[in-house]
Design a protein around this ligand. Sequence first.
Ligand code: ADP
Length: 243
Amino acid sequence: MIEVKALHKRFNDNEVLKGVDLALQPGEVVTILGPSGSGKTTFLRCLNFLEHADSGAIKVDQDWVNFNQATSQEVMALRRRMGMVFQNYALFLNKTARQNIMEPMVLVHKVSPTEAYDRATQLLQTIGLGAFGDYYPAQLSGGQQQRIGIARALAVHPTVLLFDEPTAALDPELIGEVLKVMKAVKQAGVAMIVVTHEMQFAYEVSDRVIFMADGAIVEQGTPQQIFESPKEARTKAFLSRFK
Ligand code: ADP
C-alpha cells in the first residue's frame, strides 16, 4: 500500500503542486497524464525525495513520513521500497549492463555480489537482453538502455516503481520493446506510477488513469472512464489532441 497526502510544492512563487493525494493498492498500475508543465515530473521526484516537497506526507508499506521533516534514515528506507525509471535512463556509462543492474543491489541493499550477479543475469533474460550483459550503455540502443534501467529498478524488489516518461527520448520503433517490459513488470505484481504520453499503453495497461493539470488532479478513473467518457472540460480538451 502506497499513500500520499496533501503534497504541496512550490518553486519560488510558482505553486507547482497544490495538495495532491494518491493511494495505490499493491500491484496497482496508475498512469498520470496531463499537459506539459502541470507538475507530473515534480510529483514523482517529490515522492522519491529527489525534489524537496514543502508539505504533505507519504507512506510506503509502513509508517507515515512527513515530506518536510524526514530524517535521512527515513528517506533511505523509503527509497529502498521505490524504484525510479528516468526519461534519460541514467545508467552509469562506465559500467556494463550487468554491473548497472547489480549496483543498487550491492551498494544499497547489501546483497552479496554472487547473488546480485545471478539476479542480474536472470533479469537480463527477462528483458530480452541475455546476451548483452557485458555491453556498455554506449553499445546499446536507447530502447535496450531503458530496459536495463527498468531491470535495475526492479532488481531490488521495490513495492512501487516510478516511471518518468520512460519512452519520451526513444525513437518510435524502440518504444514498443520498452512498453513490453513494463507490461511484464505489471504481470510480476509490482505497483507502478507512470507519467507518460503513450495513450495506448495507458489505455491497455493501467488500472487507473489520472489526469493532472495546474498542479492538481482534475479527474481520475478507469481507462475506459477517462478515455471514453471524460467528465471535465480540461480532460476532454487534452485527450482530443491525441485522437
Ligand atoms: P510536467 O512533468 O507535467 O511537464 P514539471 O513537473 O516538469 O511538469 O514542471 C511543473 C512546473 O514546475 C513548471 O512550471 C516548471 O517550469 C516548474 N519547475 C520544474 N522544475 C523546476 C525547478 N527545478 N526549478 C524551478 N521550476 C521548476
